[in-house]
Write a protein that binds this ligand. Structure first.
Ligand SMILES: *Cc1c(COP(=O)(O)O)cnc(C)c1O
Length: 358
């Protein structure tokens, strides 16, 4: 390495110049700018009910042992997952983002191909690039369904391929039979991102028993209401688990978050209430005919706001006290969409009022 008189020159080009994850705008800033005491926060797909009381209770109990390192194997969490889902192999991570990052670390050498069904969640591509992977983005069809032959032909050359269902930001649910067709035709790993699957009527878990190249990523951030705790997990084939554990940072999760996750998994009432509430409001959003709203299997909907751009529509909502997500930053998506999630009653009502004025 050449000596340098600028410390920043030590940084990889990727992080000096490259793109990074785009976060939703800060509600506090919008409230201040436009004079609202409270802003409807519909940009980040969080659970509007607050944390489950059982999650809070477990987290509180865990506080007294925060001077100890966590249980390395997260036995209590793995048992809670097995109780909730059945006898599968699980790995954990700091959010599903952490799981995605570690899976890529297990598999990708510089120059290896990673296939991504786009437009979608941006973190797969960012994590792959960080590892030296080469992204192959396969565009979805005009209705955001998967172009199966194109996806398969790219995924055949990839060590790992990412497919999000229900898809962020379009909400599109990919039928189980399509997933199965892909799995039958590729050798590499298919990472199915199921961050929102609880809000849909599709259930892909049975595929774990039939395919040794499937990983299903899940998160505690959405229906389970623990976005701030950063807990993600995945169903993995048995052979993959020890490899993952070698590549992961030691301990993966902190004690408090892991305990909260156990409580959240056991609180079936909270989960069921969230799901039925979200579905009711998602229907209300979808029936609004002001602009085309896409059918969604998630806790959000994507709306075509043309002739406005995503940012113009987002600014209009912000001026009216509603925070929505502009989809401008989603690679492969034309710039005239926004994404809106179901929030508290008053937030949804305010959103619908503003939507009717757009
Ligand atoms: C929210 C989200 C995740 C993961 O979120 P974490 O908070 O990191 O668990 C993963 N994929 C998609 C598509 C998401 O929207």
């Amino acid at each position: 390495m050449q000596p340098s008189n600028r410390s920043v020159d030590l940084v990889r080009d990727l992080y000096r110049q490259g793109t990074s994850y785009v976060f939703a705008k800060k509600p506090e800033a919008i409230a201040e700018e436009f004079g609202f005491t409270e802003v409807a926060r519909l940009a980040s797909n969080e659970n509007p009910f607050g944390p489950s009381p059982q999650a809070l209770q477990e987290a509180q109990k865990a506080l007294v042992s925060m001077h100890r390192y966590p249980d390395t194997t997260h036995t209590a969490l793995i048992s809670a997952l097995q109780e909730y889902h059945g006898d599968y192999s699980f790995v954990t991570g700091v959010g599903m983002d952490g799981v995605i990052e570690t899976c890529i670390r297990v598999l990708i050498n510089p120059g290896d191909q990673v296939t991504i069904s786009t437009p979608t969640f941006s973190f797969y591509g960012l994590a792959a690039t960080a590892q030296g992977g080469v992204n192959s983005n396969v565009l979805r069809n005009a209705d955001f369904s998967i172009d199966i032959p194109s996806f398969i032909s790219s995924a055949r050359n990839a060590k790992i391929s990412f497919l999000c269902t229900p898809n962020n930001p379009s909400g599109t649910v990919t039928p189980l039979s399509d997933i199965e067709e892909i799995l039958q035709n590729i050798q590499g790993i298919l990472f199915l991102d199921n961050a929102y699957v609880e809000f849909s009527s599709e259930d892909y878990r049975q595929l774990m028993n039939r395919y040794k190249n499937l990983i299903i990523g899940r998160t505690m951030s959405k229906v389970f209401g623990l976005a701030g705790c950063r807990v993600g997990y995945a169903f993995v084939p048995d052979w993959f688990k020890p490899m993952y554990e070698k590549a992961a940072t030691p301990f993966t999760l902190n004690t408090i978050s892991a305990a909260a996750a156990v409580g959240a998994l056991q609180d079936h009432d909270y989960i069921e209430q969230t799901i039925s509430y979200v579905k009711k409001w998602r229907d209300a959003f979808t029936h609004e005919k002001r602009k085309p709203v896409f059918t969604s299997g998630a806790n959000f909907v994507m709306i075509d706001v043309a002739p406005l751009t995503g940012d113009q529509a987002t600014d209009f909502f912000a001026q009216n006290g509603v925070l929505v997500r502009s989809c401008r930053s989603f690679p492969g998506l034309a710039d005239h969409y926004i994404r809106v999630c179901v929030g508290e009653e008053w937030e949804n009502i305010r959103f619908l009022e503003v939507f009717r004025k757009i």
